[in-house]
Design a protein around this ligand. Structure first.
Ligand code: APR
Length: 169
């Protein structure tokens, strides 16, 4: 599996599946969730209404509607509450479950935003480590299932942080 980092707006990516950092209601929001709904058009919200929400650490798929991506995998990251409330396990679960759902769809290329690092307040350095470690472990455990995973950096120095972790290999 190729694991790479890229700086920009996830809604612009022509990959098979993009992951959305949603909330348990799955009915839209701000941040990357808002950007994805805006770019996908109202059909995405209509489809999300039928999903019945999503637990934290879990993932559910929809179509990509007006996006370039064929699918959106909606996952719900943990709200950061100091680190002693299972946040790391739940964040790792978001990455792993999103990849499992993507494989179930037949996706070969997947892009992730930095789940939980915006409104949900997860420290960016710790979150980047979990992202890289969890996606790498998935690639080792499921060789050949996914061709390429893109970790999308949007804010601040996320790109440099991802690249450092990837180079440390
Ligand atoms: N492309 C890529 N990344 C983006 C984009 C975008 N267009 N817009 C924002 N981001 C980045 C942010 O910089 C942040 O690093 O996505 C990361 C996650 O931030 P949030 O979108 O705030 O997501 P999160 O912290 O998981 O909080 C989820 O926010 O809007 C709501 O509905 C969402 O309630 C949920 C909560």
């Amino acid at each position: 599996m190729i694991l790479r980092a890229w700086q920009g707006d996830i809604t612009m990516l022509a990959v098979d599946a993009i992951v959305n950092a949603a909330n348990e209601a799955l009915l839209g929001g701000g941040g990357v969730d808002g950007a994805i709904h805006l770019a996908a058009g109202p059909g995405l919200l209509d489809e999300c209404r039928g999903l019945g929400g999503c637990d934290t650490g879990e993932a559910k798929p929809t179509g990509g509607h007006d996006l370039l991506a064929h699918w959106v995998v909606h996952t719900v990251g943990p709200v950061w509450r100091g680190g002693g409330h299972g946040e790391a396990v739940l964040l790792g679960s978001c990455y792993r479950r999103s990849l499992e759902v993507a494989v179930g769809l037949g996706a070969r290329s997947v892009a992730f935003p930095a789940i939980s690092t915006g409104v949900y307040g997860y420290p960016r350095e710790a979150a980047a480590r979990i992202a890289v470690d969890t996606v790498r472990a998935f690639g080792h455990d499921h060789p050949g299932d996914i061709y390429e995973v893109t970790l999308v950096a949007f804010a601040g120095d996320d790109l440099a942080r991802y690249e450092e972790l990837l180079a440390a290999g």
